[in-house]
Design a protein around this ligand. Structure first.
Ligand code: SF4
Length: 362
């Protein structure tokens, strides 16, 4: 199979989205965030290209303004358009201030790679492709740094970054391109442009072997789904908001249908759903308040050293529960001595059976 890191990530996030995108090859327009991200990437590539001099900050900003004005997205209102444009400019200014291009030794920009992973059992080979935003060689060292730019706000924890599939696959990509580089000499970094923060990880030889196994596992899972009548279920999540396949996804069918035409019973079901959520939220508030009241009552009882408290026409009693812990080994010894163990054990078994016996139809 030939696939890419981003296709595998899409599969992990939602198998149905993977099917739409990679198997059915249905093309949908890119969302606003993706378009914005692609433009920023374009400007950062331009910033590190030396022709023969590095571009100035003004040239980078001009480039962004031009491509932003020529974008194909037309449904933005004036305020949104202005906010995105200003966001892009401030992000690029900030980046330029912290990362003047002449201070880095960028070897490659938007570098394409291919990784070969082979299955030992059947010798089947798979190709993984990807694009690395920037590869630097750190001056006066043997260290190479892979840098991937992110325009998202959410930064992963170090723990998650250390297990991140993208970083592992990029490492495999660079190792295939330049096999002489030792794994410990490869730094893997994500640069979060909105925060001006870079977080870095690395991989050992063992980590990379595990990554290959994991990739093979994922590919086999996909193959099985294809064999199983293209069984790619939807996995709804907050990421649905950025999914271009929402209008054709079964999880969103009702929303789109109800927008497109009058559905019989639509008004009633809306009322029922509203009441359901109102009650649920009321229940949550009630149960929170009940817990607070209970703890105030217990506090009072403890302070006054009483087991029962009286209100107007009502009272509350503290329930005492005695719990025993049996030493089963000792009990067995005693019962065996008097010849009663088998009888008791049978009864115990019977009561367990009774307790676990399912009701018809349950
Ligand atoms: S809308 Fe959500 S559930 Fe449906 S395909 Fe897209 S990501 Fe998957």
């Amino acid at each position: 199979m030939r696939t890419s890191y981003s296709a595998l990530t899409t599969y992990q996030q939602c198998p149905l989205r993977f099917k739409f995108q990679e198997i059915d090859r249905i093309r949908v327009p890119k969302g606003l965030e993706a378009v914005f991200g692609a433009m920023i990437h374009n400007c950062l590539k331009f910033m590190f290209e030396r022709t023969p001099l590095y571009p100035t900050l003004d040239e980078v900003i001009d480039r962004f303004r031009t491509i932003w004005q020529n974008k194909e997205i037309t449904n933005l209102n004036f305020e949104e358009d202005k906010a995105y444009c200003e966001d892009g400019i401030s992000l690029l200014k900030n980046f330029y201030r912290l990362n003047q291009p002449w201070n880095f030794n960028a070897l490659e920009l938007e570098s394409r790679f291919e990784v070969l992973v082979s299955e030992q059992e059947n010798e089947e080979k798979h190709v993984l492709t990807g694009i690395i935003d920037r590869i630097d060689k750190i001056s006066n060292t043997d260290i190479f740094e892979i840098i991937d730019y992110k325009t998202s706000r959410r930064m992963p924890s170090q723990e998650n970054l250390d297990k991140d599939l993208q970083m592992s696959i990029y490492h495999l990509g660079i190792s295939r391109r330049w096999p002489h580089i030792k794994p410990e000499n490869i730094k893997l970094s994500l640069y979060f442009l909105k925060h001006g923060e870079k977080i870095t990880t690395s991989r050992s030889k063992e980590d990379l072997e595990k990554t290959k196994d994991f990739v093979i596992e994922l590919i086999n899972e996909i193959k099985k789904r294809i064999e199983n009548n293209y069984d790619f279920p939807p996995h709804p999540s907050p990421l649905c908001d950025w999914c271009g396949y929402r209008p054709r996804c079964p999880m969103w069918k009702h929303l789109y249908q109800s927008k497109a035409k009058e559905i019989p019973g639509q008004k009633e079901i809306e009322k029922i759903i509203k009441e359901y959520f109102d009650l649920k939220s009321q229940n949550q508030k009630n149960s929170k308040r009940l817990t607070e009241l209970q703890s105030s009552i217990y506090e009072f009882m403890a302070h006054e050293n009483v087991e029962r408290v009286f209100g107007e026409n009502c009272y509350l009693t503290k329930t005492l529960q005695e719990r025993f812990i049996y030493d089963m080994k000792k009990i067995k010894e005693i019962l065996e001595e008097i010849g009663k163990w088998d009888e008791v054990a049978k009864k115990k078994q019977f009561s367990i059976l009774k307790a676990t016996k399912k009701k018809p139809g349950a």
